[in-house]
Design a protein around this ligand. Structure first.
Ligand code: NAD
Length: 432
């Protein structure tokens, strides 16, 4: 089957490469010429473990091609996946300009029956909007609009796509469902659960899922705050809660608040969506409020550990919003850095993958060669992202390189007792 994936970002590129791996012929389209040029030359524009290999393998097999020519992609494909960005507007609603543009291009170039699939995260009602655009110049046209939200996580995107917990398909006709089942047949055969529903429910499943996960994160961050004032340890509280299978241990780790390209945007969109319908999504509103307070508390922790911050040198380990990605969108590390700079500190930073992206936001930082170069002469070491390589630091070496033995561990990577026993001043999150 011929498939066109529009948008070759984190979601589109992974979707295109993995669908090609399922045996589909995939045309990946992006309007960004530099991205497509890089991909044609075998360079992957993002850092995502395993992506380079799967792209190369399927390109070699002739199942995966890259182009900026949306018209030919539309004409040649039976199914067109829309995987463009849906960034937030200032009022929190998602900006659907790119989705609309792609739908208009499909309306213009549709030459046969098409299944138009939204992979982008879009509010309920977008499927209907796409349908209206596709109908706009010809009411007789045959097409189906499908919602197929994506749940992959950056950093483990390939395995998440190839081994998902479920596939959600929102469609209104049997023909489209058959096409979708054929596309995902390797997963169907592997007994991945399929949730087949209407378009509006599928669209809402994505916001409901991300909203719930955001609530879980804010819940444990609020527990962490209580632990600090009550003399408890959030690590143990979280473990004690998470072992209850009704609760589960995932997304129950205290830290500097949620970030990334999805949770902040999707929680804001869910709140806006409810508002548009005259309702309120109060639990998600609370999660967002706790999250912004959590982010603010991080600078207070660093200030308390190394007072006054003005004139101090702070070494920040980790810039991406989570490990194994170069994505810095809404990264808690960046809000910490911004607060540090505002307080008059100077910042040395290191990240295994995200330094190039961070440089465009904070050109004034010193970007280190490695962890130890970063720590050189610093008054305080801040662990902002829990990359594996930050989990076994040589604290003896760090003590010799740094001006003071102070660590602020925003990801609770280390055992407070051990570091304190070694003479370090240690601050974690929710670990009094
Ligand atoms: P991204 O910004 O990395 O990529 C989007 C791509 O779309 C860009 O390369 C851009 O050039 C391209 N594009 C925009 N308009 C276009 C057009 N008219 N024609 C062709 N290409 C166009 O975004 P992303 O992180 O891949 O997210 C895409 C969507 O998937 C969003 O709605 C997001 O919420 C959702 N999503 C993201 C993740 C994630 O972890 N990143 C996970 C699940 C869902």
């Amino acid at each position: 089957m011929n498939i066109c994936v529009v948008g070759t970002g984190y979601v589109g590129l992974v979707t295109g490469a993995c669908l090609a791996d399922f045996g589909m012929n995939v045309i990946c389209v992006d309007k960004d010429e530099s991205k497509i040029d890089a991909l044609k030359k075998g360079r992957i524009p993002i850092y995502e473990p395993g992506l380079e290999e799967i792209v190369a393998k399927n390109e070699r097999a002739g199942r995966l091609v890259f182009t900026t020519d949306l018209k030919s992609g539309i004409e040649r494909a039976l199914a067109i996946f829309i995987a463009v960005g849906t960034p937030p507007n200032p009022d929190g609603s998602p900006d659907l300009t790119f989705v609309r543009q792609v739908a208009e291009a499909i309306a213009q170039h549709m030459n046969d029956y098409k299944v138009v699939v939204t992979k982008s995260t879009v509010p309920t009602g977008t499927g209907r909007m796409i349908e209206q655009i596709l109908r706009s110049n010809d009411d007789e046209r045959k097409f189906s609009v499908v919602s197929n939200p994506e749940f992959l996580r950056e950093g483990s995107a390939i395995s998440d796509f190839l081994r998902p917990d479920r596939i959600v398909i929102g469609a209104s006709d049997a023909r489209a469902i058959e096409v979708m089942k054929e596309i995902y047949s390797p997963l169907f055969l592997a007994e991945t659960p399929f949730v087949i529903t209407d378009v509006a429910s599928a669209e809402l499943i994505k916001y409901a899922s991300n909203g719930f996960l955001a609530v879980k994160i804010s819940f444990i961050n609020e527990i962490a705050r209580l632990c600090e004032v009550m003399g408890a340890d959030v690590h143990d509280v979280s473990r004690g809660m998470g072992l209850d299978r009704r609760i589960g241990s995932r997304f129950l780790l205290a830290g500097p608040g949620f970030g990334g390209s999805c949770f902040p945007k999707d929680t804001a969109a869910a709140i806006d969506l409810a508002r548009q319908h005259g309702e309120r999504f109060r639990i998600i509103e609370a999660a967002v409020c706790v999250n912004s307070e959590t982010k603010k508390r991080m600078i207070e922790k660093i200030a308390a550990a190394a007072e006054p911050l003005a004139g101090r040198t702070v070494a920040v380990l980790g810039l991406s919003f989570k490990p194994e990605t170069d994505d810095i969108r809404e990264s808690p590390a960046l809000s910490v850095i911004s607060d540090l700079l505002a307080a008059g500190a100077s910042v040395r930073a290191f990240d295994p993958a995200a330094m190039e992206n961070a440089r465009s936001v904070f050109p004034q930082l010193y970007y280190a060669k490695d962890v130890y170069d970063c720590a050189q002469g610093a008054d305080v070491l801040v662990i902002a992202t829990e990359w594996n390589e930050f989990r076994a630091l040589d604290f003896g070496k760090l003590a010799r390189l740094m001006k003071a033995m102070t660590v602020v561990d925003l990801r609770n990577v280390y055992e407070p007792r051990e570091l304190k026993a070694a003479g370090w001043s240690y601050t974690g999150v929710g670990r009094s």
